[in-house]
Design a protein around this ligand. Structure first.
Ligand SMILES: [Zn+2]
Length: 303
């Protein structure tokens, strides 16, 4: 769709943008396989972005089989359950969740690759040594990630950390000292050492708020991003109850009557944004005139 009007038209002419659980399941699966085969971190970036901004933002599966189906990225977006019970997406939600852990780490005989920054531990046997690699972080709300090595005997091993393509000035330190190995965005940073129990790795990926055009042909249609997270604007004005929208229109894809009015990052950024930091500042100044706003991550907009 890149290079055509299809993505822009989809975002502006329909509410049915992405069949979220099934689409996420398929996307995570293909990017995971491609990452394993190519070791190209681009696929990890893509996997991460889809995970945070689609399926983790879906409404929870209900006991009666009602499930979240389409994500709605329109100006007047809303979240609602599919009107049929037990649709395809009621099956893929738990499958996607089960796969989170196999998307986080990859390894071969001489290396481990960290793809997702999530609180976790991975344990494996290498020869007659037992290795545990523990990760602590509040990513993606914060950009600091800590790892600790536990091994039954010292091991020479390459630890590869995915440095997202959007990262600016990423830094890696081992036992408090910045590494000399290259730490380049859009690649894995490789740290090869003789590791022993108690060794620590610190990764710092500054989370800078930015505007990101949907494609090079629509520079004024942008998402408000912080790290891998898409943000949305929530005003502090009193909430009002609105009609709940069913997804009766899903089969023909036409716009239904919006259920609630919520300004989107794209709308907030107009007019004349080209995705630069200066435009973001101008958009914020415009917001101040309208009243204060918060910018939670889109995956936190559950209800
Ligand atoms: Zn589905």
């Amino acid at each position: 769709m890149v290079g055509s009007e299809k993505l822009f038209n989809s975002l502006t002419k329909t509410h049915n943008h992405f069949e979220t659980p099934c689409g996420s399941y398929a996307h995570l699966k293909i990017t995971r396989y491609l990452l394993r085969v190519t070791r190209d971190s681009t696929y990890g970036d893509s996997l991460e972005r889809v995970m945070y901004n689609t399926v983790l933002g879906s409404k929870p599966l209900e006991a009666d089989g009602r499930a979240f189906y389409y994500s709605d990225y329109s100006f007047n977006g809303s979240k609602f359950y599919h009107n049929a019970r037990w649709p395809c997406c009621s099956g893929t939600v738990p499958q996607v969740a089960t796969d989170y852990r196999i998307c986080a780490y990859f390894r071969d005989a001489d290396a481990i690759y960290v793809n997702l920054y999530v609180p976790s531990a991975v344990r494996w046997a290498r020869g007659d040594a037992q290795i545990t690699f523990t990760q602590k972080s509040n990513y993606a709300f914060e950009g600091s990630v800590e790892f600790e090595v536990t091994t039954s005997k010292p091991q020479e091993l390459a630890i590869n950390l995915r440095i997202p393509a959007w990262a600016q000035n990423p830094m890696v330190a081992v036992n408090g000292k910045a590494v000399s190995a290259p730490v380049e965005r859009g690649k894995f940073a490789t740290i090869r050492c003789q590791w022993k129990t108690g060794d620590r790795i610190e990764l710092e990926i500054p989370m800078r708020t930015r505007l990101e055009p949907i494609d090079p042909w629509h520079p004024k249609t942008v998402a408000l991003m912080s790290g891998p997270l898409v943000l949305f604007a929530l005003t502090n004005s009193p909430r009002t109850l609105t009609e709940s929208r069913s997804d009766r229109s899903w089969s023909d894809g036409r716009l239904a009557r919006p259920a609630r009015r919520r300004r989107t990052p794209r709308e907030l950024a107009r007019p004349g944004t080209d995705g630069s930091q200066e435009d973001w500042s101008a958009a914020m100044a415009g917001l101040d005139r309208r009243g204060s706003c918060r910018f939670p991550a889109v995956h936190r907009n559950h209800r």
